[in-house]
Write a protein that binds this ligand. Structure first.
Ligand code: NAP
Length: 281
């Protein structure tokens, strides 16, 4: 059986080079002075994004449902000399969403970047026509409605930033539905619509709105896919141009770029990070 390859870079080497730049007193990082919120950021893709935004100079507020996960994530990010705070936020709860934004403003005085990353999929391996209403509602509440309401809550602060950026984390499944996970895919397609609609309205306020659509990335969320070694190897062989499963760090640099001035004329876009899975022309 072939080994699953790792990416060509390591986050450790990135941390070391950032520290060297700082030590040399030449630090002008692309997200210096920016304040970012990343939801669902205590592990997986959200954590990698929070870390990368922090390494690129942003002050970061991390969050997830469990205090112990928040504490661990904050500790790890502090080891990388990132300016970070954390708090509990279940994105499905109105009170939590409001507190997340308010606490960020109280602590850091402003907000420039919102990365809405949380998602659930309680209807796994079920034909779409058998999806329950309860499961459908949960998926749409967390994946779509909470993303919209967070953006709405963040909007006045992003407007004040005059350099605001929103990134919604969707999925390649929004383009190419996964078999027996249809409702999840439809919720991710809805995020493409949310990205486009908000980008049209918020461009005039200098708030850019973009979307990340990952393929199979090795996290707890996707473990049902990659734990099945035979299936994942056959998927890699058949579908991926880059012959390895994605890692959370593969998603992080592009989000940092989208939030930076290097992407100042990019809005309403959906960026696929899939290792080359065929999904659209
Ligand atoms: P993950 O590694 O399983 O991480 C999930 C994170 O979300 C944890 O920090 C968890 O912490 C937090 N979380 C879960 N439910 C939450 C909620 N309701 N409110 C706030 N935080 C919550 O997941 P992931 O694979 O990185 O997925 C992140 C995003 O990428 C999702 O939007 C997913 O749809 C998308 N995506 C993933 C893949 C993939 O292959 N992994 C592919 C395409 C798209 P707590 O338990 O403490 O809440």
């Amino acid at each position: 059986m072939k080994q699953i390859q790792r990416p060509m870079f390591s986050i450790r080497s990135l941390v070391m080079s950032v520290r060297k730049i700082h030590a040399a007193g030449k630090s002008s990082l692309r997200l210096d002075e920016r304040v970012a919120i990343v939801t669902a950021s205590t592990e997986g893709i959200g954590f990698a994004i929070a870390r990368r935004l922090g390494l690129d100079g942003a002050t970061v507020m991390v969050s997830s449902r469990k205090q112990q996960n928040v504490d661990k994530a904050v500790e790890k990010l502090k080891e990388d000399s990132i300016n970070v705070a954390g708090m509990v936020c279940h994105v499905g709860k109105e009170e939590d969403r409001k507190q997340l934004i308010q606490e960020t403003i109280n602590k850091f005085g402003k907000l420039d970047i919102l990365v809405s990353n949380a998602a659930v999929n309680p209807i796994l391996d079920v034909p779409l026509v058998e999806a329950t209403e309860k499961g459908w509602d949960k998926i749409f509440d967390v994946n779509v409605k909470a993303s919209f309401l967070l953006a709405k809550e963040a909007y006045p602060h992003l407007k004040n930033s005059n350099n605001g950026s929103i990134v919604f984390v969707s999925s390649v499944a929004g383009f190419s539905p996964l078999s027996r996970s249809g409702a999840y895919g439809i919720s991710k397609t809805a995020l493409f619509g949310l990205t486009r609609a908000l980008s049209v309205e918020l461009g005039v306020e200098n708030i850019r709105v973009n979307c990340l659509a990952p393929g199979i990335i090795q996290t707890r969320f996707s473990s049902a896919f990659w734990m099945n070694k035979a299936a994942i190897e056959s998927d890699i062989e058949r579908q991926l141009s880059i012959k390895r499963i994605g890692q959370p760090e593969d998603c992080a640099g592009i989000v940092s770029l989208l939030c930076s001035d290097d992407a100042s004329y990019i809005t309403g876009e959906i960026i696929l990070v899939t290792g080359g899975v065929a999904s659209r022309l």
